[in-house]
Design a protein around this ligand. Structure first.
Ligand SMILES: Nc1nc2c(ncn2[C@@H]2O[C@H](COP(=O)(O)OP(=O)(O)O)[C@@H](O)[C@H]2O)c(=O)[nH]1
Ligand SMILES: [Mg+2]
Length: 449
């Protein structure tokens, strides 16, 4: 997979115009390699770790100045990657950054692959695998809650929980192995089955957090549906807290769909504003309606709006029942501010997109559709399929061990189950990891992380 003995470089900030851009470099000999490129009071290789220098970056070939920069030096092992490393803060001009990167690549540095800095940090023991994965989650968190949960993992809280479970299993393994190694002692020590039981419960507890973790990582899709002019685009704008969608009394104004992320009390929600469902209209609108149905089929929840001044149209009740049979559906009676509004039928939430009346209740109702959201304040949450699969294997091995114990199976059989359980936990933290797993984890990172 990746080479580890060379020097890598990447832009750590997004491409584009900005006041400052940060370029990151790491690898053995990286400071020496920067010496000919940096003009300042000191050479990078003579600087202490955690020190800064102001100077100019130059092209060593032509002597041409590339930018005025601030250079931060990190010395192994006290850097993010555990290697000698540098961070160059330069001006955030795409053309300038491109020139610097090109020069670095021509003078001893290789462009880093996605996640390569974090991979090196992991391989150098600076992070365990749960923390390395958390780096990615922190960077891509969409709401404050998702961010906090990822930070907890980055802090090592998941690793600490896993280590505590592993310790329990290890102490049983020790008991079993003593008896296996010294059978001649002939004293039957009972095995601490309660520790295996406890470990299994704790693994179950972590597994139960998977749905919470996934909810905060991936978010949910909520679709606004209803007939044309019901107020879907108005509600979309209310949720977005800005005028994103075009609102008008012309039927069929929204012909395609719009989507946008919102935070629903911390839960990332991808909200869709769709073309209204009605028969007729022109072919473009018909295509919009086909897409609406397509999006509806992937929705985690639907908010169905009815124009309260018009009331339910023919066949609409049947449509609401049909859509609601497949996923949670919240029926909403919109335009309650209008004088001509009809009384809302049973079960409809009264709403006015114009005045905002009923919006808080709608948000509350939508939030309750996702009961896992309550776990958002949890200390530790697992969120990757990889972690879940390993935990399932661990739990199954522990249960297998308990079963063997209760059947009076020989102790070696129990030892095998316990070792399997330990190994599954070791996979989560990265003590035992296959290359393909690492490849999969780090390849989804952004470059420069
Ligand atoms: N009085 C009143 N008019 C509304 C309300 N919500 C939307 N409208 C109006 O209804 C029309 C259609 O709204 P729009 O959001 O475009 O509906 P859509 O076709 O479902 O997207 C527009 O003229 C809006 O101003 C509301 O709560 N009260
Ligand atoms: Mg619309």
């Amino acid at each position: 997979m990746y080479r580890l003995d060379d020097r890598i470089v990447a832009l750590a900030t997004p491409w584009g115009r900005s006041a400052i851009a940060v370029i990151r470099a790491s690898g053995a000999g990286c400071l020496e390699a920067l010496d000919p490129l940096f003009r300042g009071r000191k050479t990078p290789s003579s600087m202490r770790g955690y020190s800064l220098a102001h100077g100019a970056l130059v092209d060593p070939g032509t002597g041409e100045m590339l930018d005025e920069v601030l250079l931060a030096v990190f010395r192994a092992p006290h850097s993010y990657t555990g290697e000698d490393a540098a961070e160059i803060s330069c001006h955030g001009s795409p053309a300038g950054v491109e020139r610097i990167m090109r020069t670095l690549r021509a003078h001893g540095f290789r462009a880093a692959e996605p996640g390569e800095f974090t991979l090196r940090a992991f391989l150098n023991g600076k992070l365990d695998l749960t923390e390395a994965e958390a780096v990615h989650e922190v960077v891509s968190a969409r709401t404050a809650n998702a961010h906090t949960l990822a930070l907890h993992r980055l802090e090592g809280r998941l690793r600490a929980r896993i280590d505590a479970i592993k310790e329990k299993i290890a102490s049983v393994v020790a008991e079993v192995e003593v008896q296996l190694d010294y059978p001649e002692e002939d004293v039957e020590h009972p095995v601490s089955a309660h520790l295996i039981q406890e470990a299994s419960h704790e693994v179950d507890g972590l597994l139960a957090t998977y749905r919470v973790g996934r909810l905060y990582r991936e978010g949910v899709r909520v679709v606004l549906a209803g007939r044309t002019n019901a107020g879907k685009s108005s509600l979309f704008n209310l949720f977005m807290r800005e005028d994103r969608a075009i609102v008008s009394e012309v039927h069929g104004t929204t012909r395609d769909y719009l989507e946008g992320w919102i935070s629903l009390k911390g839960v990332p929600v991808l909200l869709y504003d769709t073309a209204g469902i009605r028969d007729g209209g022109d072919p473009v609108e018909a295509e919009g309606i086909r897409r609406t149905r397509e999006i509806l089929s992937h929705a985690d929840a639907v908010i169905y709006l009815v124009d309260g001044t018009e009331g339910l149209s023919e066949g609409e009740e049947a449509l609401i029942a049909e859509l609601g049979a497949e996923r949670p559906l919240i029926p909403v009676w919109n335009k309650v501010d209008a004088s001509a509004v009809l009384p809302p039928p049973e079960g409809f939430i009264p709403l006015s997109c114009r005045t905002g009346e009923g919006f808080a209740r709608l948000e509350e109702t939508l939030h309750r559709v996702f009961p896992e959201a309550e776990g958002g304040g949890a200390e530790v949450v697992i969120d990757s399929e990889r972690q879940r699969d390993a935990l399932v294997r661990c739990r199954d091995s522990l249960e297998g061990g308990l079963d063997a114990l209760s059947r009076g199976a020989p102790l070696d059989a129990l030892a095998v189950y316990l070792h399997d359980a330990m190994e599954a936990l070791g996979e989560i933290t990265g003590e035992v990891t296959r290359e393909d797993i690492l490849e999969r984890i780090f390849s989804c990172f952004c470059v420069g992380k």
